[in-house]
Design a protein around this ligand. Structure first.
Ligand SMILES: [Zn+2]
Length: 346
């Protein structure tokens, strides 16, 4: 008789804890042994004794936190399985950012898949989400409301290219989270044929270098260092500048010549949010599953139970219950959801 998942996975203030394996999943504070789904700051914290993650996620953590931020690294490639205590742990691509993975946990005949953050639409900068059949699927619900249906990526970035054509004298500054979104925006622009140099805020350089080191071709990138004291950099007219979301409304952005302020985020679906942030050109571009993707993923996996970690869990649970599915909220706290909405510039 398989052991029910709620008998061997605990919800704690630090996050999910698996006592039989001696590890936490995406813990909020330093622990002896952590399985980390991906490098975003709300999932990957520095200071763990040992980290089990994909090689890319470990590289991201070291790039962001320093080479000594992890005591011991145990890189686990997708498809490999490691035994932690008496629990078997594997990783499967989550399609969220470079190196992002779902954790596949097997114990006493029950398989639990923890999605971490994920999306289903193609992303040219990371491996696609791999559906793994399981008994319990633990899903995020950042955009778990029917209003959130992300438009086609090419259409959104087409708006940016259109604006560049209409306003050739204006600098176009695009707010994009430093890990994942920035590189995806650049790569998608390249795929749409935009081959001019793209200018980077200094905070994005290191992670763009890391993506390049992992084979993601970002084309020619140049630093967007500000002009001499208070003067706009005239050579940035008609150019694309990518900057962290926190920088686009900052003094830094005022040095850009007559900027069109854009922001690439799933939250740009909500017009008030765009207005509140002074965004002239909202680009609805998310690295999270939208409402349809959340529901379709559950249908595809057909698990016995769904647990929802963070986001708009009530609506998703209600919708799943309406489809005859057993679903419950874990009410995990401390996961920010869509990156770029927070003031995080890292
Ligand atoms: Zn994330």
């Amino acid at each position: 008789m398989p052991l029910a998942a709620d008998r061997w996975i605990e919800v704690t203030p630090l996050g999910l804890h698996v006592p039989e394996g001696g590890f936490h999943v995406d813990p909020k504070r330093p622990v002896p042994l952590a399985v980390v789904s991906h490098g975003h700051a709300d999932h990957a914290r520095p200071g763990h004794g040992c980290v089990v993650a994909t090689p890319e996620t470990i590289a991201v953590m070291r790039a962001r936190y320093g080479p000594d931020a992890i005591g011991e690294a145990r890189p686990l490639a997708p498809g490999e399985v490691v035994r932690l205590g008496s629990v078997e742990v594997g990783l499967a691509p989550a399609g969220h950012v470079l190196g992002s993975a779902q954790a596949v946990l097997d114990y006493q005949g029950t398989r639990v898949v923890y999605s971490g953050d994920y999306k289903r639409r193609p992303d040219p900068t990371c491996a696609p989400f791999l559906p793994v059949p399981c008994d319990v699927f633990i899903t995020e619900a950042t955009f778990g409301l029917p209003v959130f249906r992300h438009p086609a990526t090419a259409d959104e970035l087409g708006k940016l290219l259109h604006s560049l054509a209409v306003f050739p004298e204006r600098c176009h500054v695009v707010g994009a989270y430093a890990l994942g979104k920035a590189q995806r925006v650049i790569r998608e622009l390249r795929l749409l044929g935009y081959d001019r140099p793209i200018h980077l805020h200094g905070a994005l350089q290191r992670l763009c270098d890391l993506y390049r080191d992992h084979g993601v071709d970002l084309g020619e990138l140049r630093p967007a260092t500000a002009g001499a004291k208070g003067r706009a950099r005239e050579d940035l007219r008609g150019q694309v500048v990518i900057a962290p979301p926190g920088a686009i409304a900052d003094r830094w952005a005022r040095r850009l010549p007559d900027p069109v302020v854009a922001l690439a985020s799933g939250w740009m679906r909500v017009r008030q949010r765009a207005r509140a942030r002074g965004v002239e050109l909202p680009l609805v571009l998310s690295d999270h599953a939208d409402w349809d993707e959340l529901l379709a993923t559950v249908e595809e996996l057909d698990p016995k139970e769904v647990w929802v970690t963070h986001g708009r869990e009530e609506a998703l649970i209600h919708a799943l219950a309406g489809r005859g599915r057993k679903a419950r909220a874990l009410a995990l706290v401390g996961y920010d959801g869509e990156e770029g909405e927070a003031s995080d510039v890292g």
